[in-house]
Design a binder for this molecule. Structure first.
Ligand code: GDP
Ligand code: GDP
Length: 465
């Protein structure tokens, strides 16, 4: 076993063709490194810096061990496994969920069970029904429940992360003890297997305008796309498919959910004037950033809040646009009233950005896209673990978690498991007993301190004694 202050090292073990190299590549991402080319002993043994959500480690793939000539499968396997056991803090043991458990898998398992290295059993290729059925055979291996993975499609990575953290902690190893702040900040930009690449210039940012009927959605979409390119068909610079229009705003491609197009179609086909609830949900699911359009003359109504709730529930970035500002008499009062209502009814997204505009005159529409991009950036926010835990220590000291049944609840540490929306895992004793009000206290603190106003922020509670 490796010393405590050594950076964590994980080995990937399993018979040929179960997906070891694929998993290695996914964990290491772009930072692939080829090392250790000692002739006769190992060939192309690959080791790299891996990252799984906020967990950092080095990982090696033992596939190269298989290529030594003149050796029996049994011998190669034994050496591979021994090497993994002595050289790593934890072993990721893969089997192929599609092929099911084979005698060779069982032979590996026997070797691993005899050692005392922590093992995480992974049923790879578990995507789809077939894979899930195959994964159920894991009990035969006798190494506990398997994590269902699809290394190829990047599924199951959050479960893998959580299982690794559990397994290490069960051995008294702090999974996050090896981080230093500088490295963590760098790593924030590194490949993260659990999250899409954030600033992918090839991928347009997806935006939808939603709202009650008659608030001005079609007018706004037409205004955004340019009055002279009314929704009559593809024009220069616009591409259109059945549900979206792509246009470029300051060099950034934006894909806009085509509310107007849908509506036009509905008119033609069924004379329906209103978008159905189904269309709203479709738009929300489509989008990364949702613009909730509200009629400023009428003010906020229940239905606006229902839509906003849905956006938050789906975890999208939300901004509010107050339309028909040209027809509002007392601008100041209207804005104050409205913001107050939002704070009362949507406390989950405190600090929601509000833009006032008129789709009819075009006034204020230029403020919309900057607000969209800001909301998008907050929604993508990643907080380094070290900073997060310094903040947590302060927050829990200033306002300690209550005692329940005579024993104090202790939030111990926190890590960001994903972005889009920012999602955190809080490790503590007795997570089921933490009051809702305390969770809210933490969520609000996180949002204020780490500049995520207006974004849904999620905290998942995890047990850790
Ligand atoms: P290794 O020999 O264990 O390193 O296995 P590889 O990583 O080379 O993968 C063996 C084959 O399985 C390749 O064709 C991969 O594309 C495929 N594979 C790997 N992971 C998955 C997965 O999650 N699902 C499916 N369906 N195929 C996978
Ligand atoms: P949708 O049902 O949400 O798509 O709403 P429309 O875009 O069809 O607009 C509904 C009505 O509101 C139309 O009569 C528009 O002319 C009017 N409208 C839209 N935007 C504005 C605005 O900024 N100011 C005013 N005064 N009226 C507007």
């Amino acid at each position: 076993m490796v010393s405590e202050h050594h950076k964590l090292r994980f080995a990937i073990v399993g018979r040929p063709n179960v997906g070891k190299s694929t998993l290695f590549n996914r964990l290491v991402g772009k930072k692939l490194a080829l090392v250790d080319d000692t002739p006769g002993v190992t060939r192309d043994r690959r080791e790299g810096e891996g990252r799984l959500a906020s967990l950092q480690f080095s990982v090696f793939d033992t596939a190269g061990f298989e290529d030594v000539v003149d050796d029996s499968m049994e011998g190669r396997m034994r050496r591979q496994t021994e090497r993994a056991i002595t050289d790593s803090d934890l072993v990721l043991f893969l089997f192929d969920a599609r092929a099911g458990v084979t005698p060779l898998d069982l032979a590996f398992a026997r070797l691993l069970r005899k050692s005392d290295v922590p093992v995480v059993l992974c049923a790879n290729k578990a995507e789809g029904k077939e894979g899930q059925i195959g994964a159920a055979g894991a009990w035969e291996i006798g190494l506990g429940d398997a994590v269902l993975l699809s290394a190829e499609h990047g599924e199951g990575m959050l479960d893998l992360y959580e299982t690794i953290v559990d397994r290490l902690e069960a051995r008294g190893i702090d999974p996050f003890a090896h981080e230093d702040e500088g490295a963590e900040d760098d790593a924030g930009e590194a490949f993260d297997p659990d999250v899409e690449v954030i600033e992918d210039p090839l991928k347009p940012l997806r935006v939808a305008v939603v709202g009650r009927p008659n608030v001005g959605k079609s007018s706004l979409v037409n205004r955004i796309l340019g009055e002279d390119r009314l929704i009559t068909g593809p024009e220069a610079g616009l591409t259109r498919d059945s549900i979206s229009v792509v246009w470029t705003w300051q060099g950034r491609e934006i894909k806009l959910f085509d509310t107007a197009g849908l509506r036009k179609k509905a008119r033609v086909e069924t004379k329906l004037e209103k978008l159905s609830a189904g269309d709203t949900i479709r738009a929300v699911k489509f989008a990364e950033v949702v613009i909730l359009l509200i009629d400023a003359v009428q003010g906020i109504e229940r239905q606006d809040l229902v839509i906003a709730d849905r956006v938050i529930y789906e975890g999208r970035a939300l901004i509010v646009a107050l339309n028909k500002w040209d027809a509002v008499e007392d601008h100041n009062k209207t804005l104050v009233d409205l913001k107050e209502k939002l704070e009362i009814h949507l406390p989950q997204v405190r600090g929601l950005p509000v833009v006032t505009l008129s789709a009819r005159t075009g006034r204020g529409v230029d403020k919309l896209m900057p607000a969209v991009l800001t909301a998008y950036a907050k929604w993508n926010r990643r907080v380094p673990t070290a900073k997060l835990n310094r903040w947590l220590a302060e927050a829990t000291e200033r306002h300690p978690a209550p005692a329940v049944g005579g024993r104090r609840l202790r939030p111990r540490y926190m890590t960001q498991v994903k972005a889009r929306p920012p999602t955190f895992a809080l490790f503590m004793n007795r997570p089921g007993e933490l009051p809702e009000s305390y969770i809210r206290y933490l969520v609000n603190g996180l949002r204020d301190v780490f500049d995520m106003e207006g974004s849904p922020v999620r905290v998942m509670l995890r047990k850790n004694e």
